[in-house]
Design a protein around this ligand. Structure first.
Ligand SMILES: [Zn+2]
Length: 71
């Protein structure tokens, strides 16, 4: 289950929520745990981007299995 980071627009509290794709799409679980507001903004963090500066185009392990496992 992917985790998403949000920032509440009401109180400004950042938080992380693990949501299924369907829950995320429907907006469930996106409420701020601090104030309960649903007025939250998705916060994108730079993860695993430009972490490896090894010049290897085309190589790498594609172990990122997409979408399987969501019920
Ligand atoms: Zn809040």
């Amino acid at each position: 289950m992917p985790s998403y980071e949000f920032i509440c627009r009401e109180c400004g509290a950042p938080y992380e929520a693990r949501l299924s794709m369907s829950a995320y799409a429907s907006g469930e679980g996106r409420r701020c745990p601090a104030c309960g507001s649903a007025n939250v903004e998705r916060h994108f963090t730079e993860v695993s981007v430009l972490t490896s500066s090894r010049g290897g185009s085309g190589g790498g392990s594609s172990s990122c299995g997409g979408g399987s496992g969501f019920t």
